[in-house]
Design a protein around this ligand. Structure first.
Ligand code: NAD
Ligand code: LMR
Length: 325
């Protein structure tokens, strides 16, 4: 057996974690020969509920679990961790925008950024899922000056998967036949799910679907899918979000498939004119644990306008929490 790896999950008693933890424990992230230590963070009022979740984890007798640590202290949760899933944050309810959560959730990412800075492995891979995810990641980066910004990402994998699923359904193919979808910008209703480079079985998706479907159906369906789930399910997405979180981290560890890419929100390096440092979703390729923004894609006026709109929105979010950076 390999040496155990420490994985932190925040918001461990919440609904996403109720799915995520069992996927992690069964080895879905790192494989069936990698033992893990789960370090679970919650706030004091949720500790009892977390104890219940741990009882259930124990009842599964997962062979890969070496230890489960529960705590309300971020420094204990992040101690020497290689992976951190920052899930803990308030979710939005019906009628709310994700940005309405900004001020409520910001403090969490200041505290956790500082704790990661102090105690996490210098090579930690951090995935921010809690909303508004891009700007929360920006806050964490700014509060972790000793960690490389490359240690931090925010989740747009769920949007990426939603886009693939919509294309597969429209084209009557399987999800695995759809490649090179891209989600640009913010994990908000402004996000730009882009099909200009997408392929189905090697054919350009935009040659297979009507332009009006792309513009008037596909884009808003993906943009508003989270809103729609809240309307229909009464609560924000959880199992699909947990799945996307595992997928995001798996790709980060094991890399993208040859010729394909995924979408991740990362600190911009100025690509496509997006201001450096903003946490912005790009199509990325990953190899050897290194995330590289896909460069040189041709973007038409339609796409560029949507990229700029996302940049403006993220700058507005940054402005709203400027005093916390
Ligand atoms: P939830 O309310 O069920 O769980 C959140 C948990 O976080 C709660 O148990 C709460 O006690 C805990 N928490 C709050 N503050 C904390 C802190 N300082 N430290 C540790 N834990 C803390 O919510 P959920 O449905 O699991 O969603 C979690 C977050 O993920 C929300 O912000 C939601 O909007 C977001 N989300 C993002 C995506 C995405 O694609 N990026 C998808 C789905 C949900
Ligand atoms: C989602 O996209 O499902 C999540 O961000 C939850 C939400 O608030 O929409």
């Amino acid at each position: 057996m390999k040496t155990p790896v420490d994985i932190a999950v925040t918001g461990a008693a919440g609904q996403i974690s109720y799915s995520l933890l069992f996927h992690l424990a069964s080895g879905e992230l790192l494989g069936p020969d990698q033992p893990i230590v789960l370090r679970l963070l919650e706030i004091p009022p949720a500790m009892k509920q977390l104890q219940g979740v741990v009882m259930e984890l124990n009842d599964c007798a997962f062979p890969l679990i070496n230890k489960i640590i529960i705590t309300d202290d971020p420094k204990v949760a992040f101690d020497n961790v290689d992976y951190a899933f920052l899930v803990g944050a308030k979710p939005r309810g019906p009628g709310m925008l994700r940005s309405d959560l900004l001020l409520d959730n910001a403090q969490i990412f200041i505290t956790q950024g500082r704790a990661l800075n102090e105690v996490a492995s210098r090579k930690v891979k951090v995935l921010v899922t809690g909303n508004p995810a891009n700007t929360n990641a920006l806050i964490a980066i700014n509060n972790a000056p000793d960690l490389a910004p490359e240690c931090f990402t925010a989740m747009t994998m769920l949007d990426h998967k939603r886009a693939i699923s919509q294309v597969a359904e429209k084209c009557g193919v399987l999800s695995r036949d759809v490649k090179n979808v891209a989600v640009w910008g913010n994990h908000s209703c402004t996000q730009y799910p882009d099909l200009h480079h997408a392929k189905v079985k090697g054919m350009d998706v935009l040659s297979l679907v009507e332009k009006s479907w792309f513009v008037d159906e596909f884009i808003p369906t993906v943009q508003y899918r989270g809103t729609e789930i809240i309307k229909v399910r009464g609560q924000s997405s959880a199992a699909s979000a947990a799945h996307a979180a595992i997928e995001h981290m798996r790709v980060w560890v094991f890399g993208t498939d040859s010729g394909d890419w995924v979408s991740m929100a990362v600190a911009s390096d100025g690509s496509y004119g997006v201001e450096e440092g903003l946490v912005y979703s790009f199509p990325v390729m990953v190899a050897d644990g290194q995330i590289a923004i896909v460069k040189g894609l041709d973007l038409n006026e339609f796409s560029l306008a949507r990229l700029r709109q996302n940049e403006v929105e993220l700058k507005e979010e940054r402005q709203a929490i400027k005093h916390l950076l």
